[in-house]
Design a protein around this ligand. Structure first.
Ligand code: FMN
Length: 338
């Protein structure tokens, strides 16, 4: 049996597999089952900035400003009242989970601006959370806002959350930045203890008959892992924060790849939602077997062994690879005649 233990954002974990935020972590039953099947930490579903703003609007809903803004917010975000357990329910879940499970419980905040909603970070810490994951999902739709302004906003946000708490803070990032390596380093310098790569974009499709934009949630596929591996391999050793992968982690071989790229942990949601919490146990058993077969005594030995700095051919991660891949394609002779 190999040593699967690791550390992540200052927390000691028994294995490098954690359950990222999803409805499976939204009940004490789900969290206990995940722990029973070997998951090393859970991230609770996010409390959203809009949800927390709405909460404070409800408090002053008797004021005209509050009443109008409340109605307007519900127009934009009709599901806010029913999504997850809500602010109080989330704090209760942290307390209950801390009383029932041994594994670290990481609470999640989801938003982009600095403001009163960030006080919830402190409340999450007081409720017993072992860490906070800050999800910065946003879409830069305003052509007047520059990349520099948007990135500075993220840096300020991380500083603001860090000023609220003493527990570690991870930042869950989106993949689309002009200079992800630079931004990652700035976020780490601003105090982020870990970076979680990457948010999945839930891109709406078009219903061309109804002429409607149709939102649909699809679970991830293993191919989505590749973009994450690429960036973790590039960042490893160049940012002062732990790295985690979310997106496309389905099998033990995916966990091995995440670790070799340079991640301390791999996070799983889709595979758990598809196959149930027992899937974690199978992944960990296969991971253990893989380590044994390949003469690794511990997962720690693997971390970063295939990062950009460690491989003999770093151009595989750079522009050179792009040209090589394109030129490797062989056009089938029969295609032109079709
Ligand atoms: C139904 C569902 C709910 C989710 N809720 C949250 C959430 O509240 N906060 C968050 O940061 N991510 C949330 N996610 C994203 C997951 O935590 C994870 O990052 C994403 O699904 C990619 O990992 P996967 O490929 O293992 O599914 C959710 C995903 C799903 C499928």
């Amino acid at each position: 049996m190999s040593d699967l233990s690791t550390s992540y954002m200052g927390l000691s974990l028994k294995a490098p597999l954690i359950a990222s935020a999803s409805p499976m972590c939204d009940s004490i039953e789900g969290i206990c089952k995940l722990e029973d099947h070997g998951i090393a930490a859970v991230v609770l579903p996010s409390l959203f900035e809009e949800q927390l703003d709405l909460e404070s609007l409800t408090v002053d809903a008797d004021l005209e400003r509050g009443a109008n803004a409340y109605a307007e917010a519900l127009d934009y975000f009709p599901d806010l009242q029913t999504y997850n357990l809500g602010p109080d329910g989330c704090l209760d879940l942290i307390r209950t989970a801390k009383a029932r499970v041994q594994i670290p419980v990481i609470a999640s905040l989801n938003g982009v601006t600095t403001g009163g909603w960030l006080e919830y970070a402190k409340l999450m810490q007081e409720a017993g959370a072992d860490g906070i994951e800050l999800n910065t999902y946003s879409i830069a739709t305003d052509p007047a806002r520059t990349a520099a302004e948007i990135e500075q906003g993220y840096v300020d946000l991380v500083k603001a959350v860090k000023s609220q708490v003493t527990i570690p803070v991870a930042v869950k990032l989106s993949p689309f930045f002009s200079a992800p390596a630079n931004l990652s380093r700035r976020l780490a310098d601003a105090g982020a203890d870990a970076l979680v790569l990457f948010n999945r974009f839930y891109q709406p499709d078009f219903d061309i008959e109804e002429r409607e934009v149709a939102a649909a949630l699809t679970l991830s596929r293993p191919e989505e892992l590749l973009m994450r591996l690429h960036w973790v391999a590039i960042l490893f050793g160049h940012v002062g924060a732990d790295l985690a992968v979310t997106g496309g982690v389905h099998a033990a071989s995916d966990v091995v790849k995440c670790l070799m790229a340079g991640a301390k942990v791999a996070c799983s949601t889709s595979a758990l939602l598809e196959n149930g919490p027992g899937h974690a146990e199978r992944v960990l058993r296969d991971l253990d077997r893989w380590l044994d077969e390949h003469d690794f005594d511990s997962v720690r030995e693997m971390v970063g062994s295939m990062s950009r700095d460690a491989v003999p051919n770093p151009s595989a991660y750079e522009r050179g690879n792009y040209m090589k891949v394109l030129s490797s394609y062989v056009l089938r002779p029969d295609v032109l005649g079709r």
